[in-house]
Design a binder for this molecule. Structure first.
Ligand SMILES: C[S@@+](CC[C@H](N)C(=O)[O-])C[C@H]1O[C@@H](n2cnc3c(N)ncnc32)[C@H](O)[C@@H]1O
Length: 310
């Protein structure tokens, strides 16, 4: 197995925001190449507890091999971060001082052709972050009814040619490899739009299928809500997201939890007795510096949001 090629995005800012000290207990929801994990380790050890999870077994195996010296002192868990409560219970931790999540894919996943995440390779239609998951991209592409396919491409990809693409996919079944899918999608985008756009014509559809395969929004919702619950008072929660749908979800859940009364505006008096759980530390998301974007163009779309438990 090759060593990680992943370059962390906004790691300095996301970790600085956590205000870590020696001896703290921290949950790193997305181990990936281990860049964040190693920085957190330096800040809280000795004496701290570091729990790091990833749903991708390859990421875990690679980290254990690349960083065996510190891996033995970290609780490394192969599960979806939406199981944060179970993960903490299994390691006898009830609350944590900080949580960090660096969402999406690592470069190691994108560059592995057979995982099917990239439209520039000829890989299998897989796209599962967890290799043990039941549904793959091939199942969605070859079995979903046209209407459902169009809906998910529109909803998760913001793709305005979603209907045309879904129709072409259904017409060209079976589709086994990513290069065939890429070509079908590309042919659906008018030439003048292709020329104008800065992104590859298949980007949005591939993103939408990946989100559906991994139920990314469903798990993220549960994780954000339960994560806020298990944070200690004054504990911080940093999330780095990579596309607008993801960032919108983080923004909305953080804002809902920062609000007091959630009664409908027409209610004359408050009946909900809802108490704010967190305060927003970043009212607007932080973005990568020009220097980081220059050195690592993949960081361009990153947005960091942070809350603190009340
Ligand atoms: C961008 S990478 C993290 C990189 C890491 N922070 C670093 O600096 O090397 C995202 C990682 O999160 C994992 N991941 C994404 N969604 C997840 C989920 N719902 N549960 C657990 N792991 C997840 C992916 O498998 C991937 O390895």
């Amino acid at each position: 197995m090759k060593s990680t090629k992943h370059v962390s995005v906004m790691g300095k800012e996301a970790i600085q925001m956590l205000q870590l000290k020696k001896g703290m207990t921290v949950f790193d929801a997305t181990l990936g190449g281990g860049g964040y994990t190693r920085e957190i380790y330096k800040k809280i050890m000795p004496g701290g507890i570091l729990i790091a999870c990833d749903q991708d077994m390859q990421a875990i195996d690679r980290f254990k091999k690349d960083f065996s010296d510190i891996a033995k002192n970290i609780q490394i868990v192969h599960l979806n971060y939406s199981h944060i409560r179970k993960i903490l219970k299994d390691v006898n931790v009830s609350h944590v001082d900080a949580i960090v999540a660096d969402l999406g894919l690592s470069s190691d996943q994108i560059e592995e052709t057979d995982r099917g995440f990239s439209f520039s390779d000829n890989g299998l239609l897989d796209m599962r972050m967890n290799q043990a998951a039941q549904i793959s991209a091939g199942d969605i592409v070859n079995e979903y009814p046209e209407e459902k396919l169009a809906q998910l491409i529109y909803m998760y990809g913001d793709e305005k040619f979603s209907r045309r693409i879904a129709h072409a996919i259904c017409e060209n079944r079976p589709i086994e490899k990513t290069d065939k899918l890429t070509q079908i999608i590309t042919d659906c985008i008018p030439m003048n739009m292709r020329k104008k756009s800065r992104i590859h014509p298949a980007t949005k559809t591939f993103q939408a299928i990946r989100i559906a395969v991994n139920d990314e929004f469903g798990h993220l919702k549960v994780f954000l809500t339960e994560g806020i619950d298990v944070l200690q008072r004054s504990g911080r929660f940093s999330v780095v997201s990579f596309h607008s749908g993801e960032d919108r979800l983080v923004k909305n859940i953080f804002r809902e939890n920062a609000r007091g009364c959630i009664c409908a505006p027409e209610m004359p008096v408050c009946r909900c007795e809802h108490e704010p759980q967190v305060q927003l530390i970043t009212r607007k998301p932080l973005k990568p510096t020009d220097e980081e974007i220059r050195d690592n163009p993949r960081s361009r779309s990153a947005r960091l949001r942070v809350v603190e438990k009340l």
